[in-house]
Design a protein. Structure first.
Length: 219
């Protein structure tokens, strides 16, 4: 059977969460690092919509949006495995944490587009102030959610087991690249600790946030 293909750069938090989650679920795939910016035409030939992540299914069908991709993967390919708690109260908590992490990613992307893709004389500072305020609020609320049950979201025996924990850690790393002044660890101790634990796992190391949006390592 043909292997599914995940298209997109790992410096995108959406692409990275799909790659890591599919690996945690034991679902095989091939990753193709194609950029929606620097290799637009190549991406367009794969998917005319040019949206990352793009999942090319075994039959050639295309699915977009990281959450929809992962919903499909768990339903059709994970063999009953999942990254969600079965308890309804815990599930509500995880959904809230995930929604906050995704909001942080969304606002981070808006910040990138405004600062890096819009001409300097066309950038709107009040809009950036608003976006940074929303981003800061998302991180503060996510910190409170993670602090409520840090052990539940943390990896177990070196393996991530909860989607909310995976995405929260990815969001923290991504925002740290986009708006580093907003990700001071002393103000977000639970979130910073969770991210450090996740980044130390084998699966996170296998899919590092490599791409033009990521600063080169120091030293």
């Amino acid at each position: 059977m043909p292997t599914m293909r995940l298209i997109g750069m790992l410096d995108s938090p959406y692409v990275r969460r799909v790659a890591i989650s599919m690996s945690c679920l034991g679902v095989p795939f091939e990753h193709e690092a194609v950029s929606v910016v620097s290799t637009f035409e190549r991406f367009q030939r794969i998917n005319p919509v040019v949206k990352a992540p793009t999942l090319i299914c075994a039959d050639g069908g295309i699915i977009m949006d990281s959450s929809l991709i992962l919903q499909f993967i768990e339903a059709a390919h994970a063999g009953g495995r999942g990254l969600w708690p079965t308890d309804v109260t815990e599930l509500q908590h995880d959904f809230r944490a995930l929604s906050l992490a995704m909001a942080a990613c969304d606002k981070g992307v808006q910040s990138i587009y405004e600062r890096n893709l819009r001409p300097l004389d066309k950038q709107h500072e009040p809009w950036l102030v608003r976006v940074r305020g929303q981003l800061s609020a998302a991180l503060a609320a996510l910190e409170r959610e993670v602090a409520r049950c840090p052990e539940a979201l943390a990896p177990i025996n070196g393996q991530p087991t909860r989607q909310a924990g995976i995405t929260a850690a990815i969001a923290w790393q991504f925002v740290g690249e986009v708006e580093p002044t907003l990700t001071d660890a002393p103000s977000h101790p639970a979130l910073a600790a969770l991210a450090a634990q996740m980044e130390a796992t084998e699966v996170f190391k296998r899919f590092p946030p490599v791409g033009p949006g990521v600063s080169p390592p120091k030293g």
